[in-house]
Design a protein around this ligand. Structure first.
Ligand code: ZN
Length: 172
């Protein structure tokens, strides 16, 4: 009897070991899989969470013109449109008071309450990446989105869910 019980216990122990090894193998393969597929998975997740910006073609053309007209100085203009559940729709632009502008900065009065945000240009350097000041100002204005234009048809939009990576832009 004792012998049998012992054997029984040993068998259980053996299965626990096999099960443990299988679990470890599963974790190792999942970990390896996550390493291999990390970039794809990350992109998919980010796209799913991010809001989409729809911009009217006429608005984009107007922004291109303003960029050229003001170059090398920066400009800023307010964005009007609609805020949806997972999108922003920019349908028109409106001016706001700009106190001071240069090649490196633009100081402006907060956009009127009807607007959903603002867009300003970056000329030197012409990169569509927000500066620390841009992010600070955006937080202070409490607007839904802000944009940067850094060349012809080169635009990027950011919102509180996406301050370091630009939102997806669709020209409509
Ligand atoms: Zn800026």
């Amino acid at each position: 009897m004792n012998q049998l019980t012992k054997n029984g216990k040993m068998d259980v122990g053996k299965w626990v070991k096999i099960f443990g090894i299988l679990v470890i193998l599963l974790f190792i393969s999942l970990f390896t899989f996550s390493l291999v597929y990390k970039p794809k998975l990350q992109t998919a997740l980010v796209v799913k969470e991010k809001n989409i910006v729809f911009i009217n073609k006429g608005v984009l053309e107007k922004l291109n013109e303003l960029y050229k007209e003001n170059y090398p100085n920066e400009f800023l203009i307010c964005l009007n449109g609609e805020i949806g559940e997972n999108y922003y729709k920019i349908t028109s632009l409106s001016e706001t008071l700009v106190y001071n502008f240069s090649e490196y900065s633009v100081y402006f009065r907060k956009c009127p309450s009807g607007s959903i945000g603002s867009i300003h240009s970056h000329t030197k350097p012409a990169i569509c990446i927000p500066s620390a000041m841009d992010i600070y100002t955006f937080g202070a204005t409490g607007e839904a989105i802000f944009g940067i234009i850094c060349g012809e048809n080169k635009i990027a939009f950011f919102d509180p869910t996406s301050l370091t990576q630009s939102l997806k832009v669709v020209i409509s």
